[in-house]
Write a protein that binds this ligand. Sequence first.
Ligand code: FES
Length: 387
Amino acid sequence: MKFQKQIFGFMDMLRFKQLVPNRRKALASGADTPLPKRYRVNELAKALHPGRMQVEVTALRPLTDRMTELTFRRVDGDAFPFFRAGQYVSLQGTVEGSVVSRPYSISSSPREALENKLTLGVENAGFFSEYLNRQVKVGDRFLMTEPAGEFHYETLRDQKQIVCVAGGSGITPFLSMAKSRKEGDESYEMILFYGARDEAHLAYKAELDALAAEGAVKVVYVLSDETREGYEHGFVSAELMAKYADLQKVTFFLCGPAAMYAFIAKELAPLHLPVKAVRKDATCCGNRTVENPRTFTLTVHIRDKVYTVPAREDETLLAAMERAGIQAPNKCRAGGCGYCHSKWLGGEFVVAEGRDGRRAADRKFGFVHPCVTYPQADMEIDVPPAE
Ligand code: FES
């Protein structure tokens, strides 16, 4: 036994002696073609996650008296990344000296993105949206984030049949979802309840009717202020929806104003549905109501720069920074994506009710989401640079 060990040890020594010459031989006989400069996996990652893109408006189309459709192309000529129907992009521009950005759900389909075309249906509500509705021109350029968001169908989580409820400009993600269904990229059965005051305020009606005729979606229009044959009337109640679907066997997708969410929540409460059965698209966190709002000083660190800006207690820290022309990172503006995640260095604050999307560790180690945080005293934060 001892003898055998010695033999093996001796052979190992011989092999070790040959190690360097063997390696030289292998290197000499290897191919001398240069290593590739581009790898497929990196190219794919770049195509799917381009970060922020410079985009240009290529067409404008009025949808209703309060909504305009904007069509964009990428200035570098690349395709937009493929996305999940229902997701949003954040559009950023400079209006009257302020850097402003807002998230908008995409109304075009993921396949149209591959043809360097992406559309947004923007309602005239708020500073930036009003600018996009009234003043923007073909050829104007903006920055746009890559598509993001969790408001999309998930086979493992959601029921085969989905009931979508849209109010106002909330129709846009559902148009994309119906198109994606038609193009064969999604397999759900979709019923869409689209509520509006009257027929004139139904955006994308011709497109929705065409998609319905092709079997991609069943659309039920619900008018609250006008009576017309072929339409449902009133509000999108549980009783109305139950005429078209078994409400215990569907997943709800809701996109519209907060009042619509509150109404539907009340309507669905008696059904005792599991939480995952109702999906809501997040809305931007805007100003809050405060009588005689105080103005504090917000000190912002971004890398080696320090800015001092006024911050009102009725506006978010993000809004205060943007008003002062500071480019702060943001996407959802609703507390959920974590993209604006910043280190808190001092000062009291409150977080908008129901919007605190921070993880427990973030709360413990002093991080805030400026898009949903309102100052209650002078504050100091360290913000990551916008890409
Ligand atoms: S922008 Fe998404 S959490 Fe603040």
